[in-house]
Design a protein around this ligand. Structure first.
Ligand SMILES: [Zn+2]
Length: 130
């Protein structure tokens, strides 16, 4: 493998995960090169919605995640809370399909809990506004 191929900058779509290099892809088990942020960004120029809610992935599976979102109408964020939850659900199903044990980053479960609580709060707020 050339030095260029192992460069942290070979992935144009994803933030490189230094600690993911010792992990395997949550979706296929290949060596991980990327961080796949499960809820993504609200807009192309915005920060990650849930920066700690990511899984190690290979670049191919990270790109495939965008294609899955696209196929499910989740690349355009019309309702941020709904889009966050639906994106995480799709990634969860992709992980479930692999049949592999996976490692989660240290803050993963805290980030998932925060997403669920914030979504619950939003649903409560919407129910109260009817
Ligand atoms: Zn993969």
């Amino acid at each position: 493998m050339s030095a260029m191929a192992s460069s942290p900058w070979t992935s144009p779509l994803a933030e490189r995960a230094d600690d993911a290099t010792t992990m395997t892809c949550a979706y296929c088990g290949a060596p991980a090169t990327d961080r796949d942020h499960l809820s993504g960004r609200q807009a192309s120029d915005s920060a990650q919605s849930d920066p700690d809610l990511w899984l190690a992935s290979c670049h191919r599976c990270n790109v495939l995640g965008y294609q899955v979102w696209e196929a499910n109408g989740l690349t355009v964020v019309e309702d941020p809370p709904e889009t966050r939850v639906r994106r995480v659900a799709l990634s969860s199903l992709r992980v479930a399909d692999n049949g592999l044990w996976i490692l989660t980053p240290p803050r993963f479960w805290v980030a998932l809990a925060r997403l669920l609580v914030e979504t619950g709060d939003e649903l409560r707020k919407r129910a109260g506004s009817r």
